[in-house]
Design a binder for this molecule. Sequence first.
Ligand SMILES: Nc1ncnc2c1ncn2[C@@H]1O[C@H](COP(=O)(O)OP(=O)(O)O)[C@@H](O)[C@H]1O
Ligand SMILES: [Mg+2]
Length: 369
Amino acid sequence: MADITKTGILNSLKAVEDPNFNKDLLILNSIKKFEVYNSALNMELSFTLPSSNDTDQLKDKFVRKIKEDFPSIKNVNLSIDAKTTVHQGSNKNPILPGVKNTIAVASGKGGVGKSTVAVNLAVALAKDGAEVGLIDADIYGPSIPLMLGLKEKPKIMQNQQTMKIIPLSNYGVKVISIGLLVDDDAPVIWRGPMASGAVKQFMSDVDWGELDYLIFDLPPGTGDIQLTLVQTIPLTSAVIVTTPQEVSLIDARKALKMFTRVNVPVAGVVENMSYFIAPDTGKKYDIFGTGGGSKIAEELKVPFLGGIPIDPRIRIGGDNGIPVMYDTPDTEHAKAIEQISKNLASQVHLINVKGSSASKMEILLEDNE
Ligand SMILES: Nc1ncnc2c1ncn2[C@@H]1O[C@H](COP(=O)(O)OP(=O)(O)O)[C@@H](O)[C@H]1O
Ligand SMILES: [Mg+2]
């Protein structure tokens, strides 16, 4: 029988299978209390999302597993606290004081599905119980209003000292976009400094309130807007979206390196348009090749968060302003996005507790032994 140590228990829990449970969450920092007394174990775990309504089921599985692996423990008193951790820099940030974590969704190339991923991840996190905001930082090509079915102009709240824009809200996500402020067919002839200024204003002049995650949908590449963002706030992390083929990977690598150079931890790589399943035959086609996303994640030593298949329903959801994550949560593609959102939440948690992302989890376990 294994010794009753923190590490022993954690290793045992790692074997528990549950759709809402990400093994990467099980680092020692998750244990807030650990007492073994006679034949009783008192333990408190603190995780990021899984959503709080899933913890009961997970708790039962944990208790059963502990009793099975450690027969001398007769009583397990376990509490699980599911909440979002705060990025160290963010809570001291005067520009976004109520925002716990800021996440940039970036890519090297346009058209890889960055906005689609940003929107659906935001909806997935909100469905899991998080407070979520989304800034459309693609000033030259804003697509978030269309993808979230938003048309009204945001209201402005003014008093003597301050003026704040009230973000619009749909599917549990608060949103601001230049597309909501200027007319659809007005040419957006923003020069670089004006575009960067708009992104700054989206942070300072919008009434975000308390948020667990504020997500930025960035324009493609590594230009002025990206630079402004990393210079204005201590970003918690970046997510890189790529498609599997080499031409997309070349630019994804550049984007990834840019964030690393300015010390923004990369929470991981998402591979979009990973494959296509023909609805008539069920046959799988690797339209843009296969494995590119995991390949650069491995090469650049950042986590791979997952892949999303090509599905016409994703495109239709975007065009109609009804995200698949909201509309058809039981499809394969929505489930893939949901898993990516959980992986992302765990990576952000790891970054917050250790200043690093998951690839180092195993080392952490050994260090703390
Ligand atoms: N996995 C997918 N399956 C089908 N269509 C997709 C998928 N991902 C994105 N699209 C579609 O591809 C187009 C480009 O996506 P978009 O998110 O706007 O890319 P980006 O923001 O990187 O320029 C959109 O019409 C979108 O609906
Ligand atoms: Mg876009």
